[in-house]
Design a protein around this ligand. Structure first.
Ligand code: COA
Ligand code: MG
Length: 288
């Protein structure tokens, strides 16, 4: 389970070094929007040097020539996965899967070991075309979404209101990402919080994301990592309550419903309790 993914522009040696000292559960070396076309060849070399287990690479959109050059450069390093920007639909994730199969074979990597994380809402067409992810590919790690490219595509001047809440088109995109992730049985990863000095706002945002069902979040700055990891780690009180729910059902194997502190607890609560205990265990291992 990955709580925090830190984007690192792959053309910056300084940031690539700095990224290693953070507690990010995973890094995403970016070859797309944060790197200019002129810097891309050098960035690919740096990405190749730094890619490997725990390190993902964001390539360019599949319908660009850059995408092939990106994959050519980084796959020999065996990255944990590829972040796919601007897919039209799940067909792009499948197409990427075929290219990864060839490159895995070429570089003696374990077949199907490279995961895929599509940013599934950057094109207007993509927002209503997510059904295919449900059956797309075993490589699918999860789904994430983006509000910046979508806003640009819609011709919008902003994507949040004055209080920082997503405006309706972006809330819709976020919801589609969440629901189709669940339908596909993979983690939903919430998008970046661009105001990187606003730690309190980030804590609130990330805590709401976890409440809504997201498993983790994208980050753009090292200062965001600990806040995100905390927010996606169940609190001690939550874990304690979840364990009491598991114990109650274990003690009453024939009961479909039980009572706890004056609340009705039935099967969906058991599912939630199991998830909380599982998340806490994974977080404990990541932190140690
Ligand atoms: N990864 C690794 N290190 C980073 C980093 C990142 N994403 N963002 C900042 N740092 C480093 C800086 O290099 C600096 O290191 P230093 O002390 O060795 O100089 C330190 O963290 C503090 O950075 P700060 O001065 O607060 O920010 P900045 O003005 O240098 O950078 C951004 C601000 C937004 C340009 C930068 O955070 C960034 O590049 N973020 C990622 C952008 C990206 O990948 N976008 C694509 C996905 S949306
Ligand atoms: Mg973008």
């Amino acid at each position: 389970m990955i709580r925090s993914f830190l984007f690192v522009p792959a053309d910056s040696e300084r940031k690539l070094e700095k990224a290693k000292s953070t507690n990010a559960d995973a890094l995403i070396l970016d070859l797309e929007d944060s790197v200019t076309p002129d810097s891309r060849p050098a960035a690919r070399e740096l990405a190749r040097e730094h890619a490997g287990p725990g390190v993902w690479v964001r390539i360019n959109p599949l319908d660009t020539e850059d995408a092939d050059a990106d994959l050519e450069a980084v796959m020999r390093a065996g990255p944990a996965g590829i972040v796919l920007p601007k897919p039209w639909n799940a067909g792009d994730a499948m197409e990427l899967g075929f290219r990864l199969s060839e490159l895995e074979q070429e570089h003696d990597l374990e077949p199907a070991s490279t995961r895929i994380l599509p940013i599934c809402t950057e094109r207007p067409e993509a927002v209503f075309s997510m059904g295919g992810y449900v059956e797309a590919t075993d490589r699918l790690f999860g789904l994430t979404w983006g509000a910046e490219d979508l806003a640009a595509a819609l011709g919008a001047t902003r994507n949040r209101d004055d209080d920082g809440n997503w405006l309706p088109p972006y809330e819709l995109a976020r919801t589609h990402c969440l629901i189709y992730s669940a339908a596909a049985g993979v983690p939903a990863i919430d998008t970046v919080y661009t105001d990187f000095r606003d730690t309190q706002g980030l804590a609130r945002y990330a805590s709401n994301a976890r409440r809504d069902g997201f498993s983790g979040m994208l980050a753009i700055h090292p200062a965001q990592i600990d806040t995100i990891n905390d927010a996606f780690t169940p609190s001690a009180a939550e874990v304690e309550r979840a364990q009491r729910i598991l114990a109650l059902f274990a003690e009453n194997p024939d009961a479909g419903v039980v009572a706890l502190d004056g609340q009705m607890i039935d099967r969906p609560h058991l599912t939630q309790a199991e998830r909380i205990v599982r998340l806490a265990e994974v977080a404990r291992r990541s932190n140690s």
